[in-house]
Design a protein around this ligand. Sequence first.
Ligand SMILES: [Zn+2]
Length: 409
Amino acid sequence: MSDKKTYDTRFGIEIEFCLITPSAEREDVYASMEGSMHARASLAVQLASKTDLPIAVKCEHLRHLEGMRCFNCYEAPVEVLIPNGRVYSQRRPETETETDDATMYRYNMIQSEYLFGTKGIDKHHRRRATEIASQIFDHDELEAGLPKMAQIVEALRTIDMPVVADEGCGLHIHVGPKSGMTLQYAQRVISLAIMLEYHLIDKFLPPSRKESKYSGLICNVSNVTKGKINYIMSRVGITTHWLLNNATEPNSRSKKHFPVPLNDNIKKIESFVHSIWRVDDWELLTCFISEGSIVAGIAIADREDESKKTIEFRYPQMNFLHSFMVLWASLAVKLGDIASLELDDFVKYSTALARALNEHAGKEDCWQHLLQALDLGHQIPEWTAQIARHDAGEAISMVDDRFFLKRPE
Ligand SMILES: [Zn+2]
């Protein structure tokens, strides 16, 4: 519908998994931190030798001790230190950066993560919950088929530590416009995702992911949909008067973006979409899409500089299958692309989605019509294959029956 050269969506991919290492003789908090950092450092050394990517490990300094170092950096020569991390690769980022934040996001950053789950351990082993946050990508990386992510996963399959991914691990995609995040962009992306939740995104999730409370559909778990209006009011100090005047009818901005009404049987989706446009600040928007401190399938990632905020798609389960990453990245980036269009072009997409929902909601193939409305109809065969894998019980591909990542044949 529009010239793709005008898109300036940037994105990053986070993959979550556990490194499995032998238990230390003592496993108190201190030893556990040290053991985890050693595991990540070992991963970094191996990824640096098996890929040609910039690889770093994020520091974990004790915040209350100014100038304190951590197991990552205390013996490191100064030339390998970057803000909040230590570089392990010869390869450095291709572009110079202006801020500390920007430097960090140009590395593939290995870091600790909180992950629930018990797969992969016995009394002799520990799970070291880990995340790799990719360097920032632009459209070229997606159009080339995510070759850098392919390198990382290929390398992970040959390292000398077992890797486990289970239902506690997610695959997250951050998107944002290079020209700078705005509240309107965020509202556009989130309301588009809401239109897709019941009839496309839900279809794309394996059963294990649907049970995760950290990635639920906004329409199912958010404060607004759970009627936790009192919570929102106390959190942001808004009044009953404000709510009565804002929460009953779609406002003009919302109607401008989503002019086609949805049928009565899917009116619920429409009211969720309109609720997103009732807010006019970041804090309230965050409140509307989360439940207390629990985040849903979309979160807003805070950055010191507001224009650098990103929208985080948290819906998918972790999966090492490359085509899976490409499919989800294509979907997230597409919503970002649409969100950055001029209003008239944006409305072409929102109208196409509304028509697809009105005509096909409730039918088995509704997701295919929604994909076509997004100009992603060419991916229907691959999604069909992915849904078949989920239906066959394969929630995470390329792991064995104990959830260990398989090595190449
Ligand atoms: Zn450190």
